[in-house]
Design a protein around this ligand. Structure first.
Ligand code: MG
Length: 244
Protein backbone atom coordinates (compact mmCIF):
# COMPACT_ATOMS: atom_id res chain seq x y z
CA UNK A 1 0.00 0.00 0.00
CA UNK A 2 2.81 2.35 0.96
CA UNK A 3 4.63 1.42 -2.22
CA UNK A 4 1.56 2.31 -4.35
CA UNK A 5 1.23 5.63 -2.60
CA UNK A 6 4.91 6.31 -3.16
CA UNK A 7 4.57 5.61 -6.91
CA UNK A 8 1.44 7.72 -7.12
CA UNK A 9 3.23 10.69 -5.57
CA UNK A 10 6.27 10.08 -7.74
CA UNK A 11 4.16 9.97 -10.91
CA UNK A 12 2.31 13.17 -9.94
CA UNK A 13 5.61 14.89 -9.27
CA UNK A 14 7.00 13.74 -12.62
CA UNK A 15 3.86 14.96 -14.44
CA UNK A 16 4.07 18.31 -12.69
CA UNK A 17 7.77 18.71 -13.49
CA UNK A 18 7.09 17.65 -17.09
CA UNK A 19 4.32 20.23 -17.53
CA UNK A 20 6.43 22.89 -15.87
CA UNK A 21 9.22 22.08 -18.31
CA UNK A 22 6.74 22.36 -21.17
CA UNK A 23 5.42 25.71 -19.97
CA UNK A 24 8.92 27.10 -19.54
CA UNK A 25 9.53 26.35 -23.20
CA UNK A 26 8.17 29.26 -25.27
CA UNK A 27 7.49 26.86 -28.14
CA UNK A 28 4.92 25.04 -26.01
CA UNK A 29 2.45 27.90 -26.48
CA UNK A 30 3.15 28.62 -30.14
CA UNK A 31 0.36 27.81 -32.63
CA UNK A 32 1.48 27.13 -36.21
CA UNK A 33 -1.55 25.46 -37.72
CA UNK A 34 -3.65 26.56 -39.40
CA UNK A 35 -1.77 29.39 -41.01
CA UNK A 36 -4.04 32.39 -41.83
CA UNK A 37 -4.35 32.85 -45.57
CA UNK A 38 -2.78 35.87 -47.16
CA UNK A 39 -5.02 38.84 -48.05
CA UNK A 40 -3.41 41.82 -49.73
CA UNK A 41 -4.66 45.12 -48.30
CA UNK A 42 -5.92 47.83 -50.62
CA UNK A 43 -4.32 51.24 -50.66
CA UNK A 44 -6.27 53.58 -48.42
CA UNK A 45 -9.91 52.52 -48.58
CA UNK A 46 -9.51 50.46 -51.76
CA UNK A 47 -10.82 46.89 -51.41
CA UNK A 48 -8.50 44.15 -50.17
CA UNK A 49 -7.76 41.21 -52.47
CA UNK A 50 -10.54 38.96 -51.14
CA UNK A 51 -13.34 41.54 -51.09
CA UNK A 52 -16.51 41.26 -53.15
CA UNK A 53 -16.95 44.53 -55.02
CA UNK A 54 -20.55 45.69 -54.79
CA UNK A 55 -20.13 49.06 -56.45
CA UNK A 56 -17.01 50.37 -58.16
CA UNK A 57 -18.54 53.57 -59.47
CA UNK A 58 -19.40 52.35 -62.96
CA UNK A 59 -22.45 50.09 -62.88
CA UNK A 60 -25.59 49.15 -60.96
CA UNK A 61 -25.69 45.70 -62.57
CA UNK A 62 -25.41 44.02 -59.19
CA UNK A 63 -28.35 45.99 -57.81
CA UNK A 64 -32.12 46.12 -58.15
CA UNK A 65 -34.93 48.22 -56.77
CA UNK A 66 -37.31 46.82 -54.16
CA UNK A 67 -39.35 44.98 -56.81
CA UNK A 68 -36.35 43.24 -58.33
CA UNK A 69 -36.32 45.59 -61.35
CA UNK A 70 -33.39 47.72 -62.55
CA UNK A 71 -32.15 50.12 -59.89
CA UNK A 72 -33.29 53.68 -60.58
CA UNK A 73 -30.50 55.65 -58.96
CA UNK A 74 -28.13 57.68 -61.13
CA UNK A 75 -24.41 57.19 -61.55
CA UNK A 76 -22.06 60.14 -61.97
CA UNK A 77 -18.43 60.80 -61.08
CA UNK A 78 -17.93 57.31 -59.66
CA UNK A 79 -20.86 57.53 -57.27
CA UNK A 80 -24.48 56.40 -57.20
CA UNK A 81 -27.03 58.91 -55.98
CA UNK A 82 -30.57 58.49 -54.74
CA UNK A 83 -33.20 59.52 -57.27
CA UNK A 84 -36.17 60.49 -55.16
CA UNK A 85 -39.12 58.20 -55.54
CA UNK A 86 -37.28 55.36 -57.31
CA UNK A 87 -37.08 53.47 -54.04
CA UNK A 88 -34.38 51.69 -52.15
CA UNK A 89 -31.68 49.78 -54.02
CA UNK A 90 -30.38 46.42 -52.92
CA UNK A 91 -27.74 43.93 -53.95
CA UNK A 92 -28.74 40.89 -55.99
CA UNK A 93 -26.26 38.90 -53.95
CA UNK A 94 -27.23 38.07 -50.39
CA UNK A 95 -25.05 38.17 -47.32
CA UNK A 96 -25.02 37.03 -43.73
CA UNK A 97 -22.23 38.03 -41.36
CA UNK A 98 -19.84 40.36 -43.11
CA UNK A 99 -17.39 43.22 -43.03
CA UNK A 100 -18.74 46.07 -45.12
CA UNK A 101 -17.03 49.21 -46.34
CA UNK A 102 -18.86 52.04 -48.02
CA UNK A 103 -18.56 55.77 -48.47
CA UNK A 104 -21.46 58.23 -48.38
CA UNK A 105 -22.03 61.89 -48.95
CA UNK A 106 -24.98 64.08 -48.05
CA UNK A 107 -25.81 67.07 -50.30
CA UNK A 108 -23.61 70.14 -49.98
CA UNK A 109 -26.66 72.34 -50.40
CA UNK A 110 -28.45 72.06 -47.09
CA UNK A 111 -32.16 71.42 -47.43
CA UNK A 112 -34.53 70.43 -44.66
CA UNK A 113 -33.69 69.80 -41.06
CA UNK A 114 -33.58 66.98 -38.54
CA UNK A 115 -34.55 63.67 -40.16
CA UNK A 116 -35.32 65.50 -43.41
CA UNK A 117 -31.71 66.51 -44.08
CA UNK A 118 -29.52 64.05 -45.97
CA UNK A 119 -31.41 60.99 -44.80
CA UNK A 120 -30.62 57.55 -46.18
CA UNK A 121 -29.56 54.32 -44.54
CA UNK A 122 -27.63 51.08 -44.83
CA UNK A 123 -29.63 47.93 -44.14
CA UNK A 124 -27.82 44.72 -43.22
CA UNK A 125 -29.61 41.50 -44.17
CA UNK A 126 -32.19 43.81 -45.82
CA UNK A 127 -33.48 44.43 -42.27
CA UNK A 128 -31.30 46.34 -39.78
CA UNK A 129 -30.63 50.02 -40.46
CA UNK A 130 -27.42 51.84 -39.72
CA UNK A 131 -28.63 55.41 -40.16
CA UNK A 132 -27.15 57.72 -42.77
CA UNK A 133 -28.01 61.35 -42.09
CA UNK A 134 -26.47 64.79 -42.33
CA UNK A 135 -25.83 65.07 -38.59
CA UNK A 136 -23.33 67.91 -38.91
CA UNK A 137 -24.78 70.63 -36.68
CA UNK A 138 -28.22 69.18 -37.30
CA UNK A 139 -29.91 68.03 -34.13
CA UNK A 140 -32.44 65.23 -34.16
CA UNK A 141 -33.24 62.43 -31.73
CA UNK A 142 -29.93 60.81 -30.75
CA UNK A 143 -30.96 57.25 -31.61
CA UNK A 144 -31.85 58.46 -35.10
CA UNK A 145 -28.77 60.54 -35.95
CA UNK A 146 -26.02 59.36 -38.31
CA UNK A 147 -24.37 56.09 -37.24
CA UNK A 148 -27.21 55.20 -34.90
CA UNK A 149 -28.66 51.72 -35.10
CA UNK A 150 -31.99 53.27 -35.88
CA UNK A 151 -34.15 53.70 -32.75
CA UNK A 152 -31.94 51.23 -30.85
CA UNK A 153 -28.47 52.65 -30.19
CA UNK A 154 -27.18 56.18 -30.39
CA UNK A 155 -23.62 56.49 -31.70
CA UNK A 156 -20.84 56.79 -29.09
CA UNK A 157 -19.85 60.15 -30.60
CA UNK A 158 -20.89 62.36 -33.50
CA UNK A 159 -18.11 61.71 -36.03
CA UNK A 160 -19.78 63.49 -38.97
CA UNK A 161 -17.98 65.55 -41.57
CA UNK A 162 -19.66 68.60 -43.10
CA UNK A 163 -22.33 68.18 -45.80
CA UNK A 164 -20.85 67.62 -49.25
CA UNK A 165 -17.82 65.75 -47.86
CA UNK A 166 -17.30 62.02 -48.32
CA UNK A 167 -17.53 59.92 -45.18
CA UNK A 168 -16.70 56.28 -44.53
CA UNK A 169 -18.50 53.50 -42.73
CA UNK A 170 -16.71 50.28 -41.87
CA UNK A 171 -19.27 47.90 -40.44
CA UNK A 172 -18.79 44.51 -38.81
CA UNK A 173 -22.11 42.67 -38.86
CA UNK A 174 -22.66 39.32 -37.20
CA UNK A 175 -26.06 38.03 -38.27
CA UNK A 176 -28.54 36.73 -35.70
CA UNK A 177 -29.12 32.99 -35.51
CA UNK A 178 -32.59 31.44 -35.61
CA UNK A 179 -33.49 27.85 -34.83
CA UNK A 180 -35.69 25.59 -36.95
CA UNK A 181 -38.79 26.87 -35.14
CA UNK A 182 -37.95 30.42 -36.21
CA UNK A 183 -36.91 31.55 -32.73
CA UNK A 184 -33.91 33.81 -32.34
CA UNK A 185 -31.33 31.85 -30.36
CA UNK A 186 -28.48 34.34 -30.71
CA UNK A 187 -28.71 38.07 -31.32
CA UNK A 188 -26.82 39.70 -34.16
CA UNK A 189 -24.22 42.35 -33.39
CA UNK A 190 -22.98 45.50 -35.09
CA UNK A 191 -19.74 47.40 -34.84
CA UNK A 192 -19.46 50.62 -36.84
CA UNK A 193 -16.44 52.80 -37.48
CA UNK A 194 -17.24 56.17 -39.06
CA UNK A 195 -14.39 58.15 -40.57
CA UNK A 196 -11.92 56.03 -38.56
CA UNK A 197 -13.79 56.62 -35.28
CA UNK A 198 -15.54 53.86 -33.34
CA UNK A 199 -19.23 54.80 -33.11
CA UNK A 200 -20.92 51.44 -32.39
CA UNK A 201 -19.02 48.92 -30.32
CA UNK A 202 -20.33 45.40 -30.79
CA UNK A 203 -23.92 46.25 -29.86
CA UNK A 204 -26.55 43.51 -29.71
CA UNK A 205 -29.23 44.03 -32.36
CA UNK A 206 -32.65 44.03 -30.70
CA UNK A 207 -34.54 43.25 -33.90
CA UNK A 208 -35.94 45.19 -36.82
CA UNK A 209 -35.45 48.98 -36.87
CA UNK A 210 -38.90 50.44 -37.60
CA UNK A 211 -39.83 54.13 -37.66
CA UNK A 212 -42.86 53.35 -35.51
CA UNK A 213 -43.02 50.67 -32.86
CA UNK A 214 -40.70 48.20 -31.23
CA UNK A 215 -38.16 45.84 -32.80
CA UNK A 216 -39.48 42.53 -34.06
CA UNK A 217 -37.57 39.34 -34.75
CA UNK A 218 -38.86 37.55 -37.83
CA UNK A 219 -36.48 34.74 -38.77
CA UNK A 220 -34.34 35.25 -41.84
CA UNK A 221 -31.33 33.86 -43.61
CA UNK A 222 -28.89 35.78 -45.75
CA UNK A 223 -30.25 39.02 -47.19
CA UNK A 224 -29.41 41.82 -49.56
CA UNK A 225 -27.45 44.85 -48.56
CA UNK A 226 -29.99 47.66 -49.03
CA UNK A 227 -29.54 51.41 -49.32
CA UNK A 228 -32.45 53.69 -48.51
CA UNK A 229 -34.25 56.23 -50.67
CA UNK A 230 -35.51 58.68 -48.07
CA UNK A 231 -36.11 61.39 -50.64
CA UNK A 232 -32.75 63.14 -50.26
CA UNK A 233 -30.01 62.92 -52.96
CA UNK A 234 -27.44 61.07 -50.84
CA UNK A 235 -24.53 59.51 -52.75
CA UNK A 236 -22.54 56.30 -52.25
CA UNK A 237 -19.26 55.01 -53.65
CA UNK A 238 -16.57 52.36 -53.13
CA UNK A 239 -18.78 49.65 -51.66
CA UNK A 240 -17.16 46.33 -50.89
CA UNK A 241 -17.79 43.46 -48.56
CA UNK A 242 -15.95 40.50 -47.06
CA UNK A 243 -18.03 37.56 -45.90
CA UNK A 244 -17.31 36.38 -42.36
MG1 MG B 1 -32.61 56.50 -42.78
Amino acid sequence: MKLRLFFLILCSLCAYLYLEAQIEDPKATEVWEPEPRVVSPGTGTAPPSDAIILFDGTSLDGWTNGKGEAAGWKIADGAMTVVKGTGDVKTKRKFGSCQLHLEWRTPKEIEGKGQGRGNSGVFLSDTYEVQVLDSYKNRTYSNGQAASIYKQYLPLVNACRAPGEWQTYDIIYMAPVFNDDGMKVRSGTLTVIQNGILVQNNVEIKGTTPYIGLPKNPPHGKGSLRLQDHGNPVSYRNIWVREL
